[in-house]
Write a protein that binds this ligand. Structure first.
Ligand SMILES: [Zn+2]
Length: 188
């Protein structure tokens, strides 16, 4: 097969060179809504074809490999139990990319909570402007426990609107949202 990143022949979905050198993540921080921190590992443009593999069946293997070199290495020190909540982790194409990212973020005191935060409306935001996004909200529903300390997990941050919507949904259940962690930042 070919490496999904560089296109060169490889036995794996991502070749060794890409994993070790080309896809070395750089953690960046973006503040949204004043002072809410969102950390990302990659610039979206640089790994666009990998992020977009979520629309294809081979995407689960791409996301697993990317998770190993990003989310699994990000090891914030918490002195309490933390919940990693993937944003809208329903399964399309046989897997959920946000569930995969959350799984690899787990540590002894970080536990992923799957299937608890779902958008009740499916809106495809790719290529849409802020106004469209503001008008077409995803209307999140949360079915998990209340009063958790939470890190929100997503594959991409564009305007930050989805993350803020997910955050306020969880806050309505008295959860404390510490920060969000996304695979890539599209920096609008
Ligand atoms: Zn490669």
């Amino acid at each position: 097969m070919r490496c999904t990143s560089c296109g060169k022949f490889s036995l794996y979905i991502l070749c060794k060179l890409c994993k070790i050198k080309l896809l070395r993540p750089t953690v960046t921080k973006r503040l949204i809504d004043g002072n809410f921190a969102v950390y990302s590992f990659y610039n979206y443009e640089e790994i666009k074809n990998l992020v977009d593999s979520k629309y294809y069946f081979h995407g689960d293997r791409v996301y697993k490999e990317l998770s190993k070199i990003s989310f699994a290495q990000f090891n914030p020190k918490f002195d309490t139990k933390i919940s990693a909540i993937p944003i809208d982790d329903h399964t399309r194409h046989g897997f959920s990319q946000t569930a995969i990212l959350s799984k690899y973020f787990q540590q002894p005191n970080i536990k992923a909570i799957y299937g608890s935060l779902r958008a009740t409306k499916y809106v495809k935001y790719a290529g849409k402007d802020l106004l469209y996004r503001q008008k077409h909200k995803r209307n999140f529903e949360y079915s998990g426990e209340s009063c958790l300390k939470v890190v929100l997990i997503d594959d991409i941050i564009t305007t930050g609107l989805t993350i803020l919507e997910a955050k306020s949904c969880l806050e309505a259940h008295n959860c404390e949202i510490l920060f969000a962690l996304t695979l890539s930042d599209a920096k609008v």
